[in-house]
Design a protein around this ligand. Sequence first.
Ligand code: RTP
Length: 154
Amino acid sequence: LVASMEEVEQTYIMIKPDGVQRGLVGEIISRFERKGFKLTGLKLFQCPKELAEEHYKDLQSKTFFPKLIDYITSGPVVCMGWEGVGVVASARKLIGATNPLNAEPGTIRGDLAVQTGRNVVHGSDSPDNGKREIVWSSAFELLLDMNETYIRIF
Ligand code: RTP
């Protein structure tokens, strides 16, 4: 028995602004549902600049960082929690390589995207980051409810 292989994990999946603007929300959710994972949370959300900078803080030193922040804040994103055995690595496989031109056909990016800077979806890269990103996104929602500085999309 390999118990650790069967641990239920949580991951954070975010449909980026291009995915929402292109009408791909249903298509993307459907791929995770058909695979057999469980949707545990979902919201449409206009990401404020400071939150985008926090989410991508590991990439702060990259030359594309300002462009990435502009992109992620350019329209609403769909934030989701997904649960299941092995969901973190499996979701990354379903999403495909960061550069959509290198992503295998059959993956979300391989089928639906062309540019790295418009790669339609994000998925946590580890179980720890999955938990952290879900907690962080729901904590921010509570903060939003208390602070009307930010406009909710729904
Ligand atoms: P993600 O975090 O969105 O799931 O993407 P990832 O792990 O596949 O890729 P990562 O290296 O963490 O990069 C995060 C996002 O930054 C944008 N990016 N642009 N050279 C570029 O212009 C460039 N490189 C990365 C992409 O939107 C990427 O998903």
